[in-house]
Design a protein around this ligand. Structure first.
Ligand code: SF4
Length: 507
């Protein structure tokens, strides 16, 4: 009889480590891009914060990014092992990790919009089981958040691509699709990112196989020489596009490209791309099939301690930073220009998808005149009567594009903080009403959590923890003006320049 009595602890440790401690291959890739980025650029500043954030997360066992994604487990079991028991243990460990603030409650009922609060629900967490002929159980876990998940893309070739023209049913066509995949992600998936790719298969299985490629280490070499060559080419060419960290423009656009080919139907030729962000969280364990105790960590070398990432201060101050203390006046905001670095000290409110939809039909629960609205779905824990921030980086802003212009004009919001930038409608509203967009560093959840001095309150908590409107008091919250009140947008500029670079790679 196999009791697997240590399995719950082993799973909890796997989830905790995956959420808080990046694996060595990802650390090495991030060090490399940071070293090769041009110093004193916005992209290098973003990378400095990212590296510090990685250290802070592992030091304090806090989530690297507040979006801990859809936990996805891939399990291999010897014949005869009770998979039902493993599923139950996984669900319990996921709920416990959520209670401990290692995972954000991310499971939302798609019909009612209600957050289950414990990451359990219909088809969450995701679990895939396979049998194998080894003696141990292997459990791999990937945590991939919504920002990068939304940048996944599937091409049905032949097709016509922006800046690249026609992509045919051959490896040259695949190459064009993959360069396009990096370009279309810009900073919204928290670049520099990584691609898991499947050439062929059908639509559903192709996406699954693409995501499965993200379980390869970033520094391995594809056993198929043709695919190895294509992976190397994409790494080289994508890093010449100029997307840069967080889409600020720069050298670092991609840290990995992993490709598999699967047979397809004669009528179909899909190229499926799973885009992962720099916060590339995946780990694995092997456990004893009888006791459930961990026998080995995957993706880690016990002989090699994890190096510290940050070389200096996370965000070296120059003295040229603009101090913003809300409420902000129109005059103050119109004085800001794209490229200015700001430090916010004072009060701000979070608001993301549910809050924006709510504000279209209802007045805000607080006055937003002169306010800063932060696109953020934090990880929060309640200690006694006080809410404590466990992770609080920016979320992808473009989802609020249908609403943001109205919210700014109707309620007098003067600054929006998020990541990845917003579109033409919001830019026009900012110019008309006098407001700016401040780009935070996506995924830097520990870095930003440390800027929160106190949680002053919460509104609309019925939307769930990530979607509620949190009232925060922050100190020295660093961000970069990327859209100003004069009609300038760094995002539009980088998209144009990278589009030209893409066209030059047309081949
Ligand atoms: S780093 Fe960015 S894209 Fe990745 S999970 Fe966090 S917010 Fe989402």
């Amino acid at each position: 009889m196999k009791h697997m009595q240590f399995l719950p602890n082993s799973l909890l440790e796997l989830i905790t480590q995956t959420s808080t401690n990046l694996p060595p291959d990802v650390r090495a890739a991030m060090s490399l891009v940071s070293e090769s980025e041009t110093p004193d650029t916005q992209s290098s500043q973003a990378l400095n914060i990212i590296l510090s954030n990685i250290d802070m997360a592992s030091d304090d066992e806090g989530p690297i990014c507040q979006d801990t994604g859809m936990p996805t487990f891939v399990v291999h079991t010897p014949v005869g092992v009770n998979q039902i028991r493993i599923k139950k243990a996984i669900r319990e460990a996921v709920a416990e990790a959520t209670r401990r603030g290692k995972l954000r409650p991310n499971s939302v009922d798609s019909l009612s919009g209600k957050n289950s609060g414990d990451n359990l629900g219909a088809e969450t967490p995701v679990m895939h089981f396979e049998q194998w002929e080894e003696e141990d159980i292997e459990i791999k876990l990937i945590l991939k958040g919504g920002g990068c998940e939304n940048k996944n893309i599937q091409y049905s070739v032949p097709c016509t691509l922006d800046h690249l023209g026609r992509a045919d049913r051959n490896l040259e066509g695949v190459r064009k699709c993959l360069l396009h995949a990096v370009w279309q992600a810009q900073g919204q998936g928290c670049a520099p990112g990584a691609l898991g790719v499947c050439i062929g298969s059908d639509r559903a299985h192709g996406y699954l196989l693409a995501k499965d490629q993200l379980f390869r280490t970033l520094d391995d070499v594809n056993p198929n020489p043709e695919l190895a060559k294509l992976e190397a080419e994409i790494m080289d060419e994508a890093n010449r596009l100029g997307v840069g960290a967080m889409g600020f423009g720069g050298k670092a656009s991609l840290i990995g490209c992993k490709i598999v080919a699967a047979n397809r139907l004669p009528a179909s030729f899909f190229v499926s791309v799973a885009y992962d962000c720099w916060a590339f969280r995946r780990l694995g364990i092997r456990v004893d099939a009888a006791s459930g105790a961990i026998t080995q960590w995957l993706y880690r070398d016990p002989e090699r301690p994890l190096d510290r990432m940050a070389k200096g201060e996370g965000f070296p101050l120059t003295g040229r930073e603009v101090i913003l203390t809300p409420p902000l006046s129109e005059e103050m905001v119109r004085g800001l220009r794209v490229g200015d670095v700001v430090l916010v000290s004072g009060e701000m409110y979070t608001g993301r998808d549910a809050v924006h939809a709510h504000l279209m039909k209802n007045p805000p629960p607080v006055s937003l005149h002169g306010a800063i609205l932060y696109h953020c779905g934090p990880v929060m824990l309640k200690e006694g009567e006080q809410w404590i921030v466990k992770a609080a980086g920016p979320t992808t802003s473009i989802r609020e594009e249908p609403y943001q212009a109205d919210v700014i004009k109707k309620y007098g919001v003067r600054a929006v903080i998020g990541k990845g930038g917003m579109g033409a409608k919001t830019l026009a509203a900012m110019q008309e009403a006098g407001a700016v967009y401040l780009n935070g560093i996506g995924g830097a959840a520990q870095y930003y959590a440390r800027t929160v001095e106190r949680v002053l309150g919460v509104h609309l908590l019925e939307f769930g923890i990530p979607e509620a409107m949190w009232h925060l008091k922050v100190n020295n919250f660093a961000a970069i003006v990327t859209m100003d009140a004069h009609g300038n947008s760094l995002h539009a500029e980088v998209e144009k320049q990278t589009g030209e670079a893409l066209a030059a790679l047309q081949g």
